[in-house]
Write a protein of this length. Structure first.
Length: 277
């Protein structure tokens, strides 16, 4: 790819300065993006829950702004009880739909149905609260790769036995690491994460990092692996690749499916202060 880019630059240099180069980039069909992500911090006192439903539209590669979606009807319904909870757009035009009390999500035995109506189309998805694992220790390592000044964080979690678990670690700065317990079920597990120069994160001694472990299901684990592989970081739901499908469907027109995901995670966070190497 780098060789191709160099050839293009050379060709432009030796062409006339008056020549106009036009690139025919594909536009693609506009689709709805749905980021319905909720965290329940069950180990905090009092228990708290965070999250919202963010509605945007896909954009072309060279577009500078992401269009938001207003005037949607957004609800989450607990299937077992039939209780329904409405979400309203916060700031007008923000595309962010909120509910003032999300503690209804703190129920591991419940199934929740998301419904979003936009321009006469109804989009639906189902999720349940997925369990996490405690972060029992965080240490700062000294691993270097090719002499780079990377920051190594060593995290230890305590996995629950006899349960198939999937996790998503949030290291802030839109840096994520999916993990499954296939090889350490029921044991403490230690793994390393590097903040590298490529992440464009400048952490200094004294800076505080909040590391969060979120419980996820197998489908979202696979989804995140594919998504991170294709986009290599950045805002996850701004303009996802067309090959990555989430768990949300269009109930009226299956061909007009949206991008994005609906999930509810038990979340466990710990803070860590960066120290001098």
């Amino acid at each position: 790819m780098k060789k191709i880019a160099c050839l293009i630059v050379i060709a432009l240099v030796y062409s006339s300065c008056e020549d106009v180069v036009e690139l025919d980039t594909p536009t693609g069909e506009t689709r709805l993006n749905i980021d319905a992500h909720f965290r329940v911090f069950t180990q905090e006192a009092p228990v708290r829950a965070t999250g919202e439903v963010i509605l945007t539209e896909t954009v072309n590669f060279f577009d500078d702004t992401i269009p938001t979606v207003s005037d949607a009807i957004v609800t989450i319904t607990e299937r077992e009880t039939g209780n329904s909870y409405a979400f309203e757009e916060g700031a007008p035009g923000s595309g962010r739909y909120e509910n003032d009390n999300l503690l209804f999500l703190n129920n591991f035995d419940a199934t929740f149905d998301l419904s979003i109506e936009v321009d006469g189309q109804v989009y639906t998805a189902t999720a349940a609260l997925m369990p996490s694992a405690p972060i029992v220790d965080i240490q700062q390592g000294d691993l270097e790769i090719f002499g780079e000044e990377d920051l190594e964080i060593i995290v230890t979690i305590s996995d629950t036995p006899d349960r198939e678990d999937y996790y998503l670690f949030d290291f802030e700065f839109e840096l994520y690491q999916p993990l499954d317990d296939t090889f350490f079920d029921g044991n403490d597990f230690e793994f390393s994460f590097l903040y590298t120069e490529d992440d464009e994160v400048d952490l200094q001694p004294g800076d505080v990092i909040t590391i969060t472990n979120e419980g996820i299901d197998q489908q979202f684990f696979t989804y995140m692996e594919l998504l991170l592989e294709q986009i290599g970081g950045g805002a996850l739901f701004s303009s996802p690749p067309a090959t990555v499908r989430g768990n949300i469907i269009n109930a009226d027109n299956p061909d007009n499916f949206p991008y994005g995901y609906f999930r509810i995670s038990e979340a466990i966070s710990r803070e860590f202060t960066v120290v001098e190497d």
